[in-house]
Design a binder for this molecule. Structure first.
Ligand code: SAH
Ligand code: SF4
Length: 343
């Protein structure tokens, strides 16, 4: 049994099948590992009373074989790299903020979407993460590194909707009240616009889960040149899937827009964006000034121009914020994960 891939009721079902035991023992295991952060569950009072069961479980329950191999910090932001059972490496970022601590999770080793401005996209794709490897990142941040982690964003390496089943099971495990207990409203799944995945996600009606879409251009030609996924799922289809998307009553779709100087930051680009957003559900735009890496072919606009672009959107009645990535010095900013793995 892979504990980190199971919700408490999944675990109870497995316990029932294998040992004729149920929720009572499953909840004890869950509490020890996911609430208290213990390495072992055999000391739980419920299991001390059933030593034979504890011994069998100790044999059968498997933990992910992941290991933190490096840790870097810059102005409170912590980036950690972990190796997986097959020697591959992923990165995750802890971002303390006012009143909440966010963990930016990876869901794939690399990414196959190939966005031209993204470091992760450039290293290519190795494989999907298993649910347990996604969940493990939260466990490591909370218990090995000691951060509270009350907010989770799927904005690290990879495209979450390209690894749909494993990511959604991780969402279920992480929101389980008997374990990590991160509310769905404190989780944001970010997609490059995987329309097929959006339809599947819509059908699950997890309306509290927050959705972010990396738009980056509101013109098909430009967007396809920056984000190859736009050739498969062009802007019209993306808009259509967002219009049908179940959102919480106060729910908004977060639109991410990386500003690339001279590429997508003109007044015309802003007007196109405003026009595109008019027909969508309520949105909030996050403008992310481009984060460079060693092999960058793009530049970030000046801070004045970023402010000007933001004011064009605001004038068009679009709620807009500029989001400066934290941790750029340690290559922990948006789109920079994997830089140390790419060399
Ligand atoms: N694959 C998903 C989740 C990763 S989120 C997605 O693309 O949405 C990564 C975010 O960082 C995306 O919004 C992306 O547009 C942004 N990004 C990628 N490269 C960047 C860079 N070099 N500078 C700033 N933001 C970048
Ligand atoms: Fe993948 Fe997102 Fe980077 Fe595009 S921006 S390559 S989808 S991680």
């Amino acid at each position: 049994m892979r504990l980190f891939s199971l919700t408490c009721s999944d675990l109870a079902r497995e316990m029932n099948r294998h040992y004729g035991k149920g929720l009572h023992h499953a909840a004890a295991i869950y509490r020890e590992i996911f609430k208290k952060g213990n390495d072992s569950f055999t000391e739980a009072p419920e299991l001390l009373r059933s030593p034979a069961l504890a011994a069998r479980l100790a044999e059968d329950v498997r933990f992910p074989s992941c290991r933190i191999v490096s840790l870097q910090q810059d102005a409170g932001v912590v980036k950690f790299a972990s190796t997986l059972h097959d020697g591959l490496t992923i990165e995750s970022v802890i971002i303390p903020g006012n009143g909440r601590t966010t963990l930016c999770l990876s869901c794939q080793v690399g990414c196959r979407m190939g966005c031209t401005f993204c470091t992760t996209g450039r290293i290519g794709f190795a494989r999907n993460l298993e649910t347990e490897e996604i969940v493990w990142q939260v466990h490591a941040a909370r218990f090995a590194l000691g951060y509270r982690i009350d907010n989770i964003v799927f904005m690290g390496m990879g495209e979450p909707l390209d690894n749909f089943d494993q990511v959604l099971q991780a969402v279920r495990v992480l929101s389980d009240q008997r374990g990590f207990d991160v509310a769905l409203s404190h989780m944001t799944l970010s997609t490059a616009g995987h329309v097929e995945g959006l339809h599947k996600l819509a059908a699950l009606r997890l309306s509290k889960l927050r959705l972010a879409v990396s738009l980056n251009a509101a013109d098909n030609r430009l967007r396809s040149s920056l984000m190859p996924i736009n050739r498969t799922f062009p802007l019209e289809r993306l808009a259509e899937s967002l219009r049908g998307f179940p959102l919480a009553r106060d729910g908004v779709v977060l639109i991410e827009y990386v500003l690339l100087a001279g590429i997508n930051d003109s007044r015309q680009n802003a007007l196109q964006l405003i026009r595109y957003l008019v027909d969508l559900p309520p949105v909030r735009v996050n403008l992310i000034p481009y984060n460079a890496d060693a092999r960058s072919r793009y530049r970030s606009p000046s801070p004045e121009h970023v402010r000007e672009f933001a004011s064009w959107l605001t004038d068009g009645k679009v709620f807009t914020r500029v989001r400066h990535s934290h941790g750029r010095k340690i290559m922990a900013g948006c789109g920079q994960l994997g830089a140390t793995l790419a060399s």
